[in-house]
Design a protein around this ligand. Structure first.
Ligand SMILES: *Cc1c(COP(=O)(O)O)cnc(C)c1O
Length: 393
């Protein structure tokens, strides 16, 4: 089958015409990808530091993921959870083992669903209603996850949402102490805030959060939908902080591009009883096979160490090439979660970067965010850093 629509602008226009008015378009249509590169329909190549907001962690068309998906597609794609399956059993066991203490796993298909399950579990376990979440937090768009998301603009049209929700200042222990009461079911935090601008929790803060939750009988949920699955150089970002939450949420990168999410909870807080929660697509063999291939590749290719080392390499490179520029404020991040904060809006530099063949994304108004695939070469990191230096005055 051929389509008479071939170019970038026509495809963008067609999507804008028929898609609900939610996303806007960046002006190009992507057709294929290989490793850290994507190609638009006009054949132009880009270094992909956007990766579908940190989804394509092994880059594009990674042979192990392609082969796992192809094989599983030809075998069995649909298998609802009352029936067991080899790929699902293997993934459940591995995720539980990665959490490192007796734990239970709920599989779903997106980040917001993994947060939704964590919130419901917290109410079930504690019998309490209230949640505490951080300023500038992003936890998703379904009604529960949206309730604990910070941005007023996202929430206001859809009130009333879940409540009560207390919004506490990120990295402020006194504010946290004042926010947590005997009515708090859970505190939900991103160890590294993603949409909020790549903001790292401090060691003291996450440790205090752990202690306060234990003390008040509330659950600590780490939303690692963006910062988990190795993005910071450890499998879970919370491992950098010497704590373990009661519940951790994963999604984005876990399936290497195939939609999958997971909520992992310590066994002692896994309070659901049959049919209190569930989802049709959660744990389907196709997604589980992809996730198993991703976890295998992370191990086999020693990608956690690579992300830690190359993340530091890239941040240093950026600091060196940007220091002294008028529009430049700072580089910060952890592993391959990198923010270049500017003193100007990031929209124009991002558009200029795209023209230069580098895809990056915003995080707030003045941040250029990089979420490169773990397999990216030094050559491509160098080229991306040079392009960034070229668009910041
Ligand atoms: C993206 C994101 C979500 C929501 O995930 P979706 O798959 O878009 O529903 C939740 N939490 C964090 C930290 C995210 O970055």
């Amino acid at each position: 089958m051929t389509s008479d629509i071939m170019n970038n602008s026509e495809l963008c226009a067609k999507e804008l015409q028929y898609e609900m008015n939610l996303y806007g378009k960046r002006g190009i249509a992507l057709e294929r990808g290989e490793k850290e590169f994507v190609y638009d329909v006009e054949g132009k190549r880009y270094i992909d530091c956007n990766t579908g907001v940190g989804v394509a962690i092994l880059g594009h068309a990674h042979p192990a993921v392609v082969s796992a998906v192809q094989k599983q597609a030809g075998k069995l794609m649909s298998c609802q959870s009352p029936f067991a399956n080899q790929e699902r059993a293997r993934l459940l066991e591995r995720l539980s083992a990665l959490f490192g203490t007796p734990s239970k796993v709920f599989l779903c298909s997106s980040g917001t669903e993994s947060v939704e399950a964590a919130l419901k579990l917290s109410r079930k376990k504690t019998g309490r209603k209230a949640f505490v979440s951080a300023m500038n937090a992003f936890h998703g768009r379904s009604s529960g996850a949206l309730s604990v998301t910070f941005k007023e603009k996202y929430r206001a049209p859809f009130e009333p949402l879940l409540g009560p929700v207390v919004r506490t200042r990120f990295n402020d222990i006194e504010s946290l102490k004042a926010s947590m009461t005997s009515e708090t079911a859970a505190l939900i935090l991103e160890p590294v805030q993603g949409e909020g601008g790549i903001r790292l929790a401090t060691q003291e803060y996450l440790k205090a959060a752990r202690d306060i939750c234990t003390d008040r009988g509330a659950l600590l949920i780490c939303d690692e939908v963006q910062c988990g699955t190795g993005r910071t150089g450890k499998f879970f970002a919370y491992e950098h902080f010497g704590i373990r939450p009661d519940v951790v949420c994963l999604a984005k990168g876990l399936g290497g591009g195939v939609p999958i999410g997971a909520t992992i909870a310590s066994e002692d807080v896994s309070a659901f009883t049959p049919l209190e929660h569930g989802t049709t697509f959660g744990g389907n063999p196709l997604a589980c096979a992809a996730a198993n291939a991703v976890l295998d590749a992370i191990e086999r290719e020693a990608l956690l160490a690579k992300v830690a080392a190359d993340g530091a390499y890239m941040m240093e490179k950026l600091r060196t090439s940007l220091s002294g520029k008028q529009q430049f404020r700072e580089v910060r991040g952890m592993g391959f979660m990198i923010a270049i904060e500017l003193k100007v809006m990031s929209k124009e530099p991002l558009a200029a970067l795209l023209q230069k063949g580098v895809l990056a994304l915003p995080a707030g108004e003045q941040v250029v965010r990089l979420l490169p695939p773990y397999i990216i070469s030094h050559e491509s990191l160098d080229a991306a850093a040079a392009a960034i230096s070229g668009v910041v005055q």
